[in-house]
Design a protein. Structure first.
Lengths: 399, 289
């Protein structure tokens, strides 16, 4: 009897001891992640869009939790890089102190270059959401993973397709003028284009650099008027892109085509809606989603329901956070080294970007590619490559 | 590069230069009367720009209609600042005034940073991108308004200094502080009035500037550097010099931007600045010391 009673007591105690971790397991420790973007300063609009995309991903992940960690949730630590690399580094220091497991960010190339380096000091995995400068993944940093394409890939794709479009149209365009912003992204893109274009029979007649912010493009457009290039290639951020194109409209400068490479506004629904006349016909080689994947349309609907525009910042950062969640699920750990290892081995394919399954080599996703879009009838349509094509390209826009 | 390109560029430079002149006029007035360089000039312009921005953004007041609000407000701000802060803290020593104005600029910029963050903000009006054709040039309407407005304000200031009792008092204090005091002029009041008028000029400049420009907490520093150049170029304390210097600097900046590339536009300004310092240190219109 005694024995039986003590057996029952002991088993009850054992059961409750076993049950405790089960109860605790229902609410596993949240995984702290840093979400770092330039939400104030010259790049505030883009940075805020990035943050929205990231937070929507966090929201989606937290609905079911991270299955690799027993349903643990993401605890997002938001950072503001204030549109400057120094402020970005300061935020990385803070995030490291706070013990984040990984960082997703930081939009602009110059900021990413600084934040990935700072994060590397602490072996803190850093998923780069946009940052197109290739130097970001060329320094051998083991913690840095860029999901999207770099500017070398984008420039090559753009130049190849420009050649094809021009040849098909009977080679109406020969001369090119490049207008770019002065930081790493714009300068790097412009240099790449300037070195590639002559090899394909195009003559680069001028390369003009401008500051961020610039509120007067009259001189640049006057220069354009005097040089009269067939094609204008802008590589800059949203505000300046819009102002440049509107000033061209104002000064009645009409090239055969505006052909952007990573143009800040060229494939932005905001630009198309606010200035349909200025946007019409513009071609862009930029980050874009697979228009045939239903999930992209669903996310776009959710974003627009918030009264926001579905821009590349949103879907790039959304997917970057998803990539991180996938890696943590595979790592089954919130440990920095384990996440880094899982990212390096990632085969993440459950997304709606036209990249295929993820494969990182030296931190660069090999399948990442830009798509070519054109503003046609107040909408942005994919024109190249063929498997994603929604509309036939119109080139040249003006004879 | 033909006339149809150079002409619009010169026109553009003139319109920008007129606003530069307006900013420089305030600076030269303060220098002429108080014999100090006002380091808070850029920060005060930034405050005025934010005032215009808030009026448009929160209350929907058109920047040009904001003139009768912003100009008097900036005058009161300037008068009070000189009377209650600068004058008291400086104890009559010029080098103290210099430091006080520097301190004020730091305080103002950081207050703006705290309230508005470091975002670059601009306003959009119906006329922001509308143009007017003058010969081969398409000039933005806000720039033309700024040009006219700045010239008008400058003319008003020149008239005030030349023809009114207050103007005579200002000139008297500028020339001979002790003598003016002995003649019964309230020197402290004239100091504060001069500071207030200079700030009112900035208020007008802000109303003309914002429709075609932007504002962030650091926006003033770019202007203040150019305004200093204009003041030295035109001759310290000379009003006509500031006006012509402003227009000249605007044109030089525009042409250099056109010919040398946009980011090198300001090189020309500083080349002229150095040349003036070397060959005519009193400036184009400065009295020989």
């Amino acid at each position: 009897m005694n024995n039986r009673r003590s057996f029952i007591q002991q088993s009850a105690a054992a059961a409750s001891a076993l049950a405790f971790p089960l109860v605790a397991g229902a609410q596993p420790k949240a995984v702290k992640v840093g979400i770092l973007h330039p939400v104030t300063g010259a790049l505030a609009y883009s940075g805020q869009q990035c943050r929205v995309g990231a937070m929507m991903a966090v929201e989606d992940i937290n609905r079911g939790g991270l299955h690799g960690l027993g349903g643990a949730k993401f605890d997002a630590m938001l950072g503001d890089a204030q549109s400057s690399p120094q402020a970005g580094i300061a935020e990385i220091e803070k995030m490291n102190e706070a013990g984040v497991s990984a960082v997703v960010g930081a939009y602009a190339s110059a900021i990413c270059l600084a934040t990935t380096q700072a994060a590397a000091k602490y072996k803190l995995p850093h998923v780069v959401d946009v940052g197109v400068a290739d130097q970001i993944v060329e320094r051998g940093l083991k913690n840095t993973f860029r999901f999207g394409p770099g500017y070398k890939t984008c420039a090559t794709v753009a130049v190849n397709n420009l050649t094809v479009l021009n040849t098909v149209a009977g080679k109406p365009a020969r001369t090119v003028m490049i207008v770019h912003e002065e930081s790493l992204f714009g300068t790097g893109t412009a240099n790449l284009l300037a070195s590639e274009l002559p090899g394909y029979g195009f003559q680069v007649i001028d390369i003009v650099k401008h500051a961020n912010p610039t509120r007067d493009f009259n001189n640049i457009v006057l220069r354009m008027k005097s040089l009269n290039p067939d094609i204008v290639i802008p590589a800059n951020y949203y505000n300046e892109y819009v102002l440049l194109v509107r000033t061209m409209q104002q000064q009645k400068v009409v090239p055969k085509a505006i052909y952007s490479v990573l143009g800040g506004a060229a494939s932005s629904y905001k630009f198309v809606k606010e200035f349909p006349d200025a946007a019409n016909g513009i071609i862009d080689c930029n980050h874009w989603f697979n228009p045939k994947d239903k999930r992209s349309a669903a996310l776009r609907k959710r974003v627009e329901a918030k009264g926001l525009f579905f821009t590349y910042e949103i879907f790039n950062t959304y997917t970057a956070v998803m990539l991180l969640a996938d890696a943590i699920n595979h790592a089954r750990s919130a440990d920095r080294a384990a996440i880094t290892e899982a990212l390096a081995a990632s085969t993440f394919s459950d997304h709606f970007l036209p990249y295929g399954p993820t494969k990182f080599v030296n931190g660069q996703n090999q399948g990442a590619q830009p798509l070519m879009t054109q503003v046609i009838k107040n909408d942005i349509r994919v024109i190249v490559p063929r498997e994603y094509r929604e509309a036939e390209p119109v080139f040249p826009m003006h004879a | 590069m033909g006339f149809d390109i150079l002409f619009p560029s010169v026109l553009n430079g003139l319109t920008t230069g007129a606003v530069y002149a307006l900013i420089a006029l305030g600076l030269t007035l303060i220098y002429g009367v108080l014999h100090i360089i006002n380091f808070a000039h850029g920060a005060a312009l930034m405050v005025a720009l934010y005032a215009v921005y808030v009026l448009k953004h929160q209350l929907g007041v058109d920047p040009y209609l904001a003139l009768p609000l912003v100009v008097p407000a900036m005058f009161v701000f300037g008068y009070a600042l000189q009377r209650l802060v600068i004058n008291r803290a400086s104890h009559g020593k010029d080098e103290n005034i210099l430091l006080v104005t520097l301190g004020i600029s730091i305080v103002l910029e950081n207050l703006a940073l705290m309230i508005f963050k470091s975002d670059t903000r601009s306003i959009d009006t119906a006329y922001t991108l509308s143009t007017l054709q003058i010969g081969p040039a398409f000039i933005a309407v806000p720039k033309l308004v700024a040009f006219g407005g700045a010239l008008l304000t400058s003319a008003l200031l020149l008239w005030l200094v030349a023809r009114t009792d207050l103007g005579r008092a200002i000139r008297a204090v500028a020339r001979e502080r002790q003598g003016a005091k002995l003649m019964g002029i309230d020197v402290e009041h004239v100091y504060a009035m001069s500071f207030g008028i200079a700030m009112a000029c900035l208020g007008a400049a802000a109303c003309f500037l914002l429709p075609a420009y932007y504002v962030n907490p650091q926006v003033g520093s770019g202007f203040v550097l150019i305004a200093f150049t204009i003041v030295v170029l035109g001759g310290m304390g000379s009003f006509a010099g500031a006006l012509l210097g402003g227009l000249l600097v605007g044109v030089v900046e525009s042409l250099c931007g056109l010919l040398l590339g946009e980011s090198l536009g300001q090189i020309g300004i500083f080349v002229i600045f150095i040349a003036v310092l070397l060959f005519r240190p009193t400036g184009l219109f400065g009295a020989r010391a």
